[in-house]
Design a protein around this ligand. Structure first.
Ligand code: NQM
Length: 361
């Protein structure tokens, strides 16, 4: 016997995920996670589910109407850990978030309000807010358009994403260890959480140039074990507890820019090198770059002024972020982070999970 659950699949930014109405999933988190693992696939190949055997395609959005003041929609992000038989709801995902506005309209949770519709999202993982502006001419979500984002072929309709109050999203504070530099295994690192817990490292300190391909870095077992050693030691100090099998913190190695960006990056998320960079991962990396005294100092070149566009280079291009910064604060405080994403509805219908999952002893 199989159990049918209504779902949609969307590309959100440079990731892809399953989107559910919260009311269609069990409320008990243990049972809910069992359903999500069955939906995406439990083993490394995810052959028995809809996931793509990659962290970027092993993602879920759980969406519902919000009771929060100043929000329309609640969004809980769930990362199904590839081959890990577990679900991590600690981090947000800014790529999957981009698909939440189209999903909310397609699912009838929200009505389009004109040529564009603003959807105010309450991000349950972090208790922070993001405003999404999606194109809705003729009362329908428009997917076609001219906006291009690196990591996705072609172009699509723009979705403007404006993030508010994201500092300390999972760790409780912007600089979770209380320091701008920590030393682990003799390596200087900077721990930061402006939307995503990230450990920033100098690529050079890790014995790489920082310009290698993700495939080359994924094959570098010595590098991966050095990163994991640092992660395991610093995770509890970032208030993340034991991070052995967690999806955070991400490990971002920076090097000087190759073109017009502020710096170049290679990010492990955290066991595999990202083919680009995560949305909130990029916001956290850019934030580290504006804070004097982090490992980014001397590598990243940041323009002056309270409003700036920072381009973070990554393996498949760059990611531009508009930051509104209170430069008088110490450390400087990001008041708003704005960026561009696109999304596309890929499929909708019923997803089947084995009935026995719902049988509890
Ligand atoms: O950082 C990858 C992605 C992400 C997450 C990851 C993301 C974000 O590319 O907000 O978007 O870091 O696991 O979807």
């Amino acid at each position: 016997m199989q159990h049918a659950i209504p779902y949609m699949q969307l590309r959100g930014g440079s990731s892809k995920g399953l989107y559910f109405c919260a009311s269609d999933l069990p409320t008990d988190p243990v049972l809910r996670d069992k359903v999500l693992i069955a939906a995406i696939g439990a083993d490394k190949s995810q052959i028995d589910g809809l996931g793509g055997a990659d962290p970027l395609t092993s993602k879920v959005a759980i969406v519902g109407l919000s009771d929060a003041p100043d929000a329309d929609i609640d969004y809980l992000f769930a990362q199904v850990v590839v081959g890990g038989d577990r679900v991590d709801t600690t981090p947000n995902c800014g790529n999957i978030l981009a698909g939440v506005a189209p999903f909310a309209i397609e699912a009838g949770l929200m009505e389009p309000t004109g040529d564009s519709t603003t959807v105010r999202i309450n991000m349950l993982n972090s208790g922070s807010q993001c405003e999404l502006v999606v194109q809705t001419p003729n009362g329908k979500v428009e997917y076609q358009g001219d906006a291009c984002i690196d990591g996705v072929p072609g172009s699509a309709a723009p979705i403007a994403c404006n993030y508010l109050n994201i500092a300390g999203s999972a760790c409780g504070s912007l600089l979770p260890t209380g320091s701008r530099i920590d030393i682990v295994d003799g390596i200087e690192i900077s721990c930061i959480d402006n939307g995503m817990p990230v450990v920033m490292l100098r690529a050079e300190d890790m014995g790489i140039s920082g310009y290698e391909s993700p495939a080359e870095l994924n094959a570098n077992e010595a590098l991966k074990s050095k990163l994991q050693s640092i992660r395991l030691q610093i995770g509890p100090k970032m208030n993340l507890g034991d991070v052995e099998s967690a999806a955070v913190p991400k490990m971002c190695m920076i090097s000087p820019p190759l073109s017009d960006g502020i710096c170049h990056t290679r990010t492990f998320i955290p066991y595999k090198c990202h083919s680009a960079i995560g949305v909130l991962g990029a916001v956290s990396a850019a934030t580290a770059a504006i804070i004097p005294g982090t490992v980014a100092e001397g590598i990243a070149t940041v323009p002056a002024g309270p409003r700036k566009t920072l381009s973070v280079e990554h393996p498949s291009g760059e990611f531009s972020i508009n930051l509104h910064v209170d430069e008088q604060a110490d450390p400087p405080q990001v008041l708003k982070a704005g960026l561009l994403r696109t999304a596309r509805l890929l499929s909708r219908g019923e997803l089947y999970v084995p009935e026995h999952i719902f049988i509890t002893e």
